[in-house]
Design a protein around this ligand. Structure first.
Ligand SMILES: Nc1ncnc2c1ncn2[C@@H]1O[C@H](COP(=O)(O)OP(=O)(O)OP(=O)(O)O)[C@@H](O)[C@H]1O
Ligand SMILES: [Mg+2]
Length: 261
């Protein structure tokens, strides 16, 4: 599993889980590339401990208007020399310029792009960049990419998941979250991604976990781990501090044991 998409309902904990998995992978010796593919929310770079985000890949590929006319057309329309070289040779973390790729403690971050202004149009160009970037990204054997996605399923419509190996759906204790996991599982199936698993998050008790597992099992979706409702995580998010998630580290181990046996 080298490219892992992380998706689910709004606020279920996609970004928190991305952070916790990145930490867990680092302690196992993997080099981690976090891809912030959420065009709306801006909190991920802070959760990872960066005081600001890298320049967006959207700019690297020539800006929104150029990307809108599809990445392939963009090449002939005159993207920068450097980005054309990457498209020809495939993208690796070694050849992304440093202003677009930040690193801290072995965790690297790229950001696809954010919608910043009213009336600036839809996020489709970000979808094109995410899909193309993930499809072209070449990782070394010890590298793992974690892709933190926008809430909901629009990214499936844009084909972003065609560039990943597996999909993790984060499910918090709500029926909406369970139903979305069921839908995502079907959508992944339509693009031949067989590996779709659920991680439960914000779980206050074993009873709630068991209820969710039984509902998800009825939908045919496998739960591979549980992250508890953790006051330390909650407070870090409230204060805008990087998440450490010491309480959850054992739970993260369980998830990584499944993904990287
Ligand atoms: N395990 C947890 N324990 C306690 N609080 C949590 C936990 N996971 C997430 N939260 C709380 O839920 C909030 C949303 O988490 P997060 O930003 O990771 O969700 P998200 O799915 O990425 O949201 P969005 O859809 O907006 O991108 C956090 O700000 C935090 O307050
Ligand atoms: Mg998020």
């Amino acid at each position: 599993m080298q490219k892992i998409a992380i998706c689910g309902k709004g606020g279920c904990g996609k970004s928190v889980t991305t952070r916790l998995l990145a930490d867990g992978l680092r302690s196992r010796g993997y080099r981690v590339l976090v891809v912030d593919a959420d065009e709306s929310n801006t909190g991920l770079s802070r959760m990872l401990g960066f005081d600001h985000a890298p320049k967006p890949l959207l700019d690297f590929f020539g800006g929104k208007e150029k990307v809108e006319s599809e990445l392939s057309a963009l090449i002939s329309a005159g993207a920068s020399e450097a980005s054309i070289q990457l498209l020809k040779n495939g993208i690796s973390t070694k050849n992304i310029p440093l202003e677009y790729l930040f690193e801290s403690d072995g965790i690297r971050l790229v950001e696809v792009g954010k919608i910043l202004m009213s009336l600036e149009g839809c996020g489709c160009p970000m979808g094109i960049v995410s899909r193309s970037f993930l499809n072209m990204l070449q990782l070394d054997r010890d590298e793992v990419a974690l892709v933190d996605l926008e809430a909901g399923v629009e990214h499936f419509g844009r084909g972003v998941e065609t560039g990943v190996d597996c999909v993790l759906v984060i499910v918090d204790p709500s029926i909406d979250s369970v139903q979305l996991a069921d839908r995502i599982s079907d959508m992944a199936d339509q693009i031949q991604i067989a590996d779709v698993w659920v991680v439960l998050n914000k779980i206050p008790s074993k009873n709630i976990a068991d209820r969710l597992i039984s509902r998800l099992t009825e939908c045919g979706v496998k739960v591979i781990g549980t992250i508890p409702l953790d006051e330390e995580i909650f407070e870090s998010c409230l204060d805008g501090r990087p998440i450490k998630g010491r309480v959850a580290s054992q739970n993260v181990d369980e998830i990584l044991n499944f993904l990287f046996p």
